[in-house]
Write a protein that binds this ligand. Structure first.
Ligand code: FE2
Length: 301
């Protein structure tokens, strides 16, 4: 724990020009959540987003997600205090939330996860950004990512992902691309098959009003059964809703699929082309074949 932010604006160190445009670069330090500095507007943004998403997610989000969020005691009344959530989370699965200024470099992020620390951006978006924000904020991280850390299987999966990330980082950039696709199509944009039908567990979806509707209701995207290597070969969208969502049968399936050493898989995939984000393959287990309506034609990542 170190420096205390002086107000409710994050400290950007610099902006870096990359192939994704100008990306803010933040300090990698863990910071104390400046809870007393949150304004009435900050708490109101939390309240509005919380209420809106919880109403929308009834019957859409995974039962495990909703139950975990309730068990943590998250409410719309005020921005939760990391310390209070940590008391509950540490007892449940041994995870700890740590405050950060924003997106972290990959290796720093992986090392946190491998040690069962989840970095949470401490600042929340402005009222004019309720519907979209290009980078993660407190609402995305806390509302979207943190609840499932209460689930023992998912908690183990996230730590295993962190250990896998440290390994992939040492192997090289192509391995990292493969692994990042797994995170994207599970942790951020995953669907799960439950007794009532398909449900959402991905954080990028549960924290977005538009995508919470689109991913289940729209005919446009594909909904395809989870397949580890298939996912590692599949490009994705960073600027629009996904063209394809992958559906797991259970969190056990996720954990089992990621138990083997990925090194031989990376080696095999290195000689194979990636799939465009919207393709359906003959061997896919198809829950829904997307119509492709409204898809942008370029720039799968
Ligand atoms: Fe995220």
């Amino acid at each position: 724990m170190s420096s205390l932010p002086s107000d409710t604006s994050p400290t950007r160190v610099e902006h870096q020009h990359t192939d994704k445009g100008y990306v803010p670069v933040y300090t990698t330090a863990v910071v104390e959540q400046p809870w007393d500095a949150y304004t009435a507007v900050d708490h109101d943004v939390w309240a509005q987003l919380f209420q809106r998403q919880r109403e929308l997610l009834a019957g859409r989000a995974s039962d495990a997600f909703l139950a975990a969020q309730d068990a943590m005691g998250m409410t719309p009344d005020a921005i939760p205090k990391f310390d209070e959530l940590n008391d509950i989370l540490q007892r449940a699965t041994g995870w700890t939330l740590v405050g950060v200024e924003g997106l972290l470099p990959e290796l720093t992020f992986f090392e946190h996860l491998a040690n069962r620390r989840f970095p949470v951006t401490w600042w929340i978006r402005k009222p004019e950004q309720l519907d979209y924000l290009a980078e993660p904020d407190l609402f995305h991280d806390l509302f979207g990512h943190v609840p499932l850390l209460m689930n023992p299987l998912f908690a183990d999966y996230m730590a295993a992902y962190g250990r896998g990330g440290v390994k992939a980082h040492a192997i090289g950039p192509e391995a990292l691309v493969n692994l990042t696709r797994l995170y994207w199509y599970t942790v951020e944009f995953g669907l799960i098959r439950e007794a009532g039908g398909l449900r959402i567990y991905g954080s990028g979806i549960v924290s977005s009003k538009g995508e919470s509707l689109y991913c289940l209701d729209s005919d446009a995207p594909n909904r395809i059964g989870f397949d580890l290597e298939r996912i590692m070969r599949t490009r994705y969208r960073i600027d629009t809703y996904q063209k394809t969502y992958f559906v797991i049968d259970s969190f056990e399936q996720l954990m089992e699929a990621t138990e083997p050493d990925f090194a031989p898989i990376y080696a095999r995939l290195a000689s194979q082309d990636s799939y465009p984000a919207g393709n359906v393959l003959d061997r896919d287990r198809v829950f829904h074949r997307g119509t492709g309506e409204g898809w942008a034609g370029d720039a799968d990542f």
